[in-house]
Design a protein around this ligand. Structure first.
Ligand code: PGA
Length: 229
């Protein structure tokens, strides 16, 4: 299983350092095929050592240049970061990233050989229209994306389940992942209110290869208990 922690706009450089110490200690005894990813805010990036991959939540598709407020490849290379989250619904909805700009970002970081955790997800009004509408929406979020890219991981995150404490049901996750698997032959993560309580049943669902966790990843001990399930 893949366990990815998305801190969003939480934690500082100091608390991230502490978090990683606690997490590393808790996961120390674990010897399994599980893979852990941590996405702290950009100000907390560093060369951390441990049995996890450190990734960036966002970056601008340029090596460097005049892009006020953005970070590019040069800033990531300083810390050996070569994993990025692209297409998260908060970036699409709150920051206004279009499919075109998401696809441009994807192409740039693909060309640089990054591992890409690519997020898709439908809003509630689409979910309420039924499975066919959901799949049409989700597949439209692959427009311009090379789904054959070898370092691609896909995260399905229904927007109405993110940060709401209301995860999608096992049935909803199962049917969506099964349908996605027909097109996407890459690891498929589920995200949206995953926590230490529901991880057991979610991890057993067919075609769920891992989880992307927001709120329940913010506390290192809670996230460790989720990984150790
Ligand atoms: P959540 O966030 O776990 O708080 O629902 C998940 C995500 O947005 O990646």
């Amino acid at each position: 299983m893949i366990f990815a922690a998305n801190f969003k706009t939480n934690h500082t450089r100091a608390t991230t350092k502490h978090y990683i110490e606690v997490l590393t200690q808790k996961l120390h005894a674990e010897k399994s095929d599980d893979r852990v990813y941590i996405f702290p805010p950009a100000t907390a990036l560093d060369r951390f050592e441990g049995a996890f991959t450190l990734g960036v939540q966002n970056a601008y598709p340029a090596v460097n240049g005049a892009y006020t407020g953005e970070i590019g490849l040069e800033q990531l290379e300083e810390f050996g970061i070569n994993t990025i989250l692209i297409g998260h619904s908060e970036r699409r909805q709150i920051l206004g990233e279009s499919q075109e700009s998401v696809a441009q970002k994807f192409a740039f970081f693909q060309e640089k050989g990054f591992e890409i955790l690519y997020c898709i997800g439908e809003p509630l009004e689409i979910r309420e229209r039924g499975d066919e509408a959901v799949m049409r929406h989700l597949l439209s979020q692959f427009e311009g994306i090379d789904v054959g890219y070898e370092k691609l991981i896909v995260a399905y995150e229904p927007i109405w389940a993110i940060g709401t404490g209301r995860s999608a049901t096992v049935k909803e996750i199962a049917s969506t992942h099964e349908a996605l698997r027909q097109t996407i032959k890459k690891p498929l993560l589920y995200g949206g209110s995953v926590n230490a309580e529901n991880i057991k049943e979610i991890s057993k669902i067919a075609f769920v290869d891992g989880v992307l966790v927001g709120s329940a990843s913010l506390d290192a001990e809670r996230f460790a208990s989720l990984v150790l399930r």
